[in-house]
Design a protein around this ligand. Structure first.
Ligand code: FAD
Length: 448
């Protein structure tokens, strides 16, 4: 290994790259990681973490209202966006420092520059410096897709949304995936008039139908407007600064902000990968095998840049598996079955395993159990918002193959229940467990 400057050169210090660097270094490898923006990557800097903090911030709108029904004399409170924004960004700075420190403590050299691949064992930094390594790991993540049409440059993406100078009075959110629905919920709670626009007529494609329908109903009741089967035609900035947006099949709408949440594209443009012989798919993602190895023996890739499952815990597991396999003499692979997922909407959704229609296609005969209830807290608060839990079982064996829910704290409850689904437990196993009363989670062992 000594003929190369490093044993491992990682491009991108996000969820996957940080884990791979740290673990490879702990296995004794000489590791460097290049980062062109901020150590921590999308999740920490402009994804899961600041997003979840905004979700918490937004939910106070409902909590403060409900508190009055629980006897609290809450004055009419105003919301100050700059305070929340700056506190969230402060927390991001703290985490950014901690991630950098962890790498340094593990003797990983951090190079704060853009890096490109210039050979099977060579990386070129923005400064012109060339570095050689026995292995190169591509962990460059993905970036938001912005559709091309006249005036699309006036819109922003999730990269900018955490830095807004002021809260928009009206926002148009494009897309119907989890990021679009989460920001629709956040801005709606802050008092912004939210319109969501989507090319098709469904939200959250791929999630359990009954659960996403429930979110749609609740979102409509909360005042979020949906424009389905509609495409952008143009955005024009008006003299007063607002944006006039024309979309097909609807009247033009005036808003203060357009947020594109229309998918994420792997970061491989200009990276030198194709030139080095690395195969990319039609979306630009690095094609890798189960061992995360690309078509070039010395170049591996993990995380969003491979476009397998774009979630932080998956990027982390892929980074760990890569480092253990290549440097730790502990080969293992990531298991992609039964990955729990959540949408941090208001209320949140969470699920694991097959949806009912996926299970019917795969297994033929399925048994479905549901609980449609109003959380005790919502009853006293006078909040007419019902939770829905749905369990999908293999009708032959009783094994739970899918569990899906929407309601307060659904992600917190689902994470624990996902252990049971992953372990292959049956509906009987759930029913044998005594209910923890009174709780919302007890519905899981009382499903009919
Ligand atoms: P990233 O974390 O994106 O890291 C890649 C890094 O590489 C970046 O820091 C980038 O600057 C750097 N880089 C790129 N090119 C170069 C180069 N040439 N040279 C040097 N550095 C480079 N996932 C969840 O599991 N739960 C959530 O709730 C969730 N919420 C999200 C909310 C939003 C708004 C977004 C955008 C994403 C969210 N995600 C969530 C997805 C999650 O953030 C990603 O799946 C995860 O960060 C992927 O990790 P990664 O290591 O592949 O890439």
């Amino acid at each position: 290994m000594a003929d190369h400057e490093f044993d491992l050169f990682v491009i991108g210090a996000g969820s996957g790259g940080v884990r791979a660097s740290r673990i490879a270094a702990a296995h004794g490898a000489r590791v460097a990681v290049a980062e062109e923006y901020r150590v921590g990557g999308t999740c920490v800097i402009r994804g899961c973490v600041p997003k979840k903090l905004l979700v918490y911030g937004a939910h106070f709108a409902e909590d403060l209202k409900d508190a009055k029904r629980f006897g609290w004399q809450v004055p009419d409170c105003g919301f100050d966006w700059p305070t929340l924004r700056d506190n969230v960004l402060g927390e991001v700075d703290r985490l950014n420092g901690l991630y950098a420190q962890t790498l340094t403590n593990n003797k990983v050299e951090i190079i704060l520059e853009r890096a490109t691949v210039s050979g099977a064992h060579e990386v070129t930094l923005a400064s012109g410096r060339k570095v050689t390594a026995r292995y190169i790991l591509i962990a460059t993540g993905a970036h938001p897709h912005v559709p091309e049409f006249p005036g699309s440059e006036h819109g922003i993406t999730s990269n900018e949304v955490f830095h807004l100078d002021k809260l928009p009075r009206r926002i148009l959110i494009a897309g119907a995936g989890y990021i679009a629905n989460e920001f629709a919920g956040i801005f709606n709670e802050f008092g912004t008039k939210v319109t969501l626009i989507n090319r098709s007529d469904v939200i959250l494609r791929g999630y359990e139908e009954a659960i996403r329908d429930r979110l749609l109903q609740i979102s409509l009741t909360k005042g979020i407007e949906f424009r389905f089967n509609s495409e952008f035609e143009s955005i024009e900035r008006q003299q007063d600064g607002c944006l006039k947006v024309k979309t097909s099949g609807h009247d033009p709408v005036e808003v203060d902000c357009v947020l594109f949440a229309t998918g994420r594209v792997p970061n491989t443009t200009g990276l030198g990968l194709a030139e080095a012989g690395v195969e990319l798919d039609d979306k630009g993602a690095v094609v890798v095998g189960e061992d995360n190895k690309s078509s070039v023996d010395s170049i591996y890739a993990v995380g969003d840049v491979t476009n397998r499952v774009q979630l932080t815990p998956i990027a982390i597991r892929e980074g760990q598996a890569f480092a253990d396999t290549v440097f730790g003499n502990k080969p293992h692979k990531v298991d992609y079955d039964n990955i729990p997922n959540a949408v941090f909407s208001h209320p949140p959704m969470a699920g694991v395993g097959l949806t009912e229609s996926q299970a019917r296609n795969k297994l033929g005969s399925v048994a479905v159990y549901t609980s449609d209830f109003r959380a005790m807290k919502n009853v006293l608060a006078g909040r007419n918002e019902r939770a829905l839990y749905k369990m999908v079982c293999d009708a032959t064996t009783g094994r739970v193959v899918g569990l899906h829910m929407i309601g307060p704290d659904a992600p917190e409850i689902l994470q624990a229940a996902a252990v049971a689904v992953k372990a292959g437990l049956t509906k009987d196993d759930f029913d044998r467990t005594v209910a923890l009363h009174p709780s919302m989670a007890e519905e899981l062992v009382l499903l009919k």
